[in-house]
Ligand binder design. Structure first.
Ligand SMILES: [Zn+2]
Length: 309
């Protein structure tokens, strides 16, 4: 399995257009030792021909153009992008679908609740139905069940995909009426992709409200986990006001019961922090926080990172 990180930042990317925090301004002034990041996006392929996306980032068009593997074959109107898996209905996870609207059929995998939000309440996504045949909306199987997904019906290139509920809530933009009718366990899921013995786990938003994800992360060869915030009060310290990390569905990295303490590296695979917010001190490669996570064995995702499983 090949895995490519097309984007590694949280919502807004790094630097963020309206943010003058020390990281964003440090990067603008070329004084910070670190690199810019587009919004979180992963692509993977089990046969190096058909590619699947984890997330649909607001930066997706530019990310596709920057990735030679995702270019259409010469003379065709087809894309190697075959399917998209959505971990939630957050704007950062779905906006990219609108970049994929140019009449090409593909598959979208999402929980029934996320599908309902996008297809019934947010009718702009009906633009995807104009493809011939229209895009196919499919459910995500919850563990221990899984779905077998074919990359190419003409060859043996399938993989298994399943999801685990992570707790967390539906985005602010969902109406109160719809929100009240949706099951809580379909709001935010972690995604597990398995091919043979190889496992990839993706949870860019980890609200930390249950422990079910840990076993999957520990048994995976490559895990991408929520690296959004270093501390719980990071946003309010950077912006003067704002909610805590936990209140907006992100376990902070540091502190008692933070992600670094909860998941300390007993697993078998590589551990990568992704969805890194522009306020997070780990973006500065000269910071003590950067060195701390590296010394604990974590990798910090950057755009263009590649893995082979
Ligand atoms: Zn900033």
């Amino acid at each position: 399995m090949r895995v490519k990180v097309l984007g590694s930042g949280a919502g807004g990317g790094f630097p963020q257009w309206n943010c003058g925090c020390s990281n964003c301004n440090g990067l603008r002034a070329a004084k910070l030792h670190g690199s810019s990041r587009t919004q979180t996006q992963i692509a993977f392929s089990v046969n190096s021909k058909a590619w699947f996306l984890l997330n649909a980032s607001p930066d997706l068009r530019a990310q596709i153009l920057a990735t030679p593997e995702l270019a259409p074959p010469e003379g065709s109107r087809q894309s190697p992008i075959t399917g998209v898996f959505l971990p939630s209905a957050d704007v950062d996870s779905i906006m990219g679908l609108l970049h994929l609207r140019e009449f090409t059929p593909f598959r979208i995998f999402a929980t029934p609740a996320v599908q309902q939000i996008l297809r019934e309440e947010n009718t702009i996504f009906r633009v995807l139905d104009r493809a011939t045949p229209p895009v196919q909306w499919l459910g995500i199987s919850m563990r221990p069940q899984f779905a077998r997904v074919d990359s190419d019906p003409r060859e043996d290139s399938s993989f298994r995909c399943s999801a685990v509920p992570l707790g967390g809530s539906y985005p602010d933009y969902v109406s109160d009426t719809l929100r009240g009718s949706l099951p809580a366990d379909q709001a935010v899921v972690g995604l597990l992709v398995e091919q043979g013995e190889k496992r990839l786990f993706f949870a860019p938003s980890l609200p930390g409200q249950n422990q079910e994800w840990k076993k999957l992360a520990e048994s995976s060869d490559l895990v991408f986990l929520d690296g959004t915030f270093w501390s719980d009060d990071e946003l309010s310290r950077a912006a003067g006001s704002g909610k805590t990390a936990r209140a907006i569905g992100h376990l902070p990295l540091s502190g008692a019961d933070g992600l670094l303490q909860q998941f300390s590296g007993t697993g078998r695979g590589r551990r990568v922090l992704i969805h890194i917010n522009n306020t997070n001190p780990i973006l500065d490669e000269e910071s003590t926080e950067y060195h701390q996570v590296r010394e604990m064995g974590w990798e910090i995702a950057h755009d263009g990172m590649e893995f082979a499983l």
